[in-house]
Design a protein around this ligand. Structure first.
Ligand code: KG4
Ligand code: ZN
Length: 335
């Protein structure tokens, strides 16, 4: 495979619109995608100093996720590819998060275990090479990002709130309160965050408004501690059990300052090479999708014209199962 050089990485976000509703409203998300798509594509081209005519192909996330938002991205990418008869590269969103590891650390050795923790996912994945993945464990209820966001909401920190809770926690005492660490004694590489969230609800319910304000930082610090302990404990144990030498983390929650520090400390103590990508590769971004695309299939014109997005795409799947021409797909690495 050819080397990867990132020329531009433009991001448009609709977080402000969602904050008004305290969560993602699918219709609002799709409309925000439509409104911003042209501008963000132009921005990336400008930053890279190139025009559509210079492109050799176009990649886009085809799933899993909110179907309305996915469709906007897929149709835009297909339209650009169609206009120049360029190949199209379909990418699974989770494969994108995994690619953040080799985008950030090209020297990182395979096989690796990667923890992907975002607003919708908390999974541990064995990555044998850039295109071979195996799901080892996952959350049985809420995602870690959801636990942070719900915690932030209970603490009155706004939406999505993970970053705000992280900042507040930095000023508090993590030993002030004891929160349950989900599945701590279980050997399985799975997570559970519903208990910690419920414990936070009852703790705050039983406090006076004054106490809630005075102890907010301590509560946030103790809550963050329990979530991070669960993530780090399972990730390191799973990497050791899988006998890999590299442990990586990705997804929006990988922006958490305590998680970044603890994973690096605990991983190194266990003899692992720990890859903690920069913030911009952790939260959703196009750079990781481009990096993942290079290891996936390539659809030449006009093969991709019928391709649709899919809300549910399993790990290891690059193209929706019902896509008719999938059998004649070429691997990008064979180009
Ligand atoms: O990967 P991402 O950008 O989008 C999804 O695919 O979900 O992840 C977003 C999640 C949100 O739940 C957000 O609150 C969380 O990542 N997040 C954080 C931090 N920064 C973002 N959670 C904890 N600490 C942070 N510093
Ligand atoms: Zn994501």
């Amino acid at each position: 495979m050819r080397g990867t050089t990132l020329l531009a990485d433009a991001v448009a976000t609709s977080v402000d619109e969602h904050a008004r509703f305290g969560g993602v409203v699918p219709e609002v998300a799709s409309r925000a995608h439509v409104e911003r798509m042209t501008a963000v594509v132009s921005e990336a081209l400008l930053e890279a100093g190139c025009a559509v005519g210079d492109l050799g192909g176009v990649a886009a996330t085809v799933g899993p996720g909110l179907i309305g938002a996915l469709l906007v991205g897929v149709q835009t990418a297909k339209a650009i590819a169609w206009s120049r008869r360029l190949p199209f590269f379909p990418v699974n969103h989770i494969h994108g998060h995994l690619a953040a590891a080799w985008l950030a650390a090209p020297e990182a050795r395979f096989p690796m275990v990667t923890l992907v923790a975002s607003g919708g996912h908390t999974v541990l994945i064995r990555v044998d090479d850039r295109a071979t993945f195996r799901l080892l464990g996952q959350t049985l209820d809420d995602a870690a990002g959801e636990a942070f966001d719900k915690g932030a909401r209970l603490l009155g920190l706004g939406y999505p709130g993970g970053r705000e809770l992280d900042e507040l926690a930095g000023r508090g005492d993590p030993r002030a309160f004891s929160f349950p660490i989900g599945l701590k004694r279980s050997q399985r590489p799975d997570f559970s965050f519903s208990g910690v969230k419920t414990a936070l609800y009852y703790l705050l319910r039983d406090m006076s408004p004054e106490e809630r304000t005075a102890r907010a930082a301590d509560v946030a610090a103790s809550y963050r501690e329990a979530i991070v302990e669960a993530l780090v404990g399972k990730a390191v144990r799973t990497a050791r059990r899988e006998k890999v030498r590299t442990l990586a983390v990705a997804g929006g929650v990988a922006a958490n300052s305590l998680l970044r520090r603890r994973l690096a400390e605990a991983g190194s103590a266990a003899g692992l090479h720990v890859v903690v990508p920069p913030f911009s590769y952790c939260t959703d971004n196009a750079a990781m999708i481009g990096a993942a695309a290079l290891a996936g299939p390539r659809l030449d014109y006009p093969q991709y014209l019928d391709l649709d997005a899919s809300a549910s795409l399993a790990l290891g799947q690059w193209i929706p199962a019902d896509f008719a021409t999938a059998s004649s797909v070429v691997r990008s690495t064979e180009i």
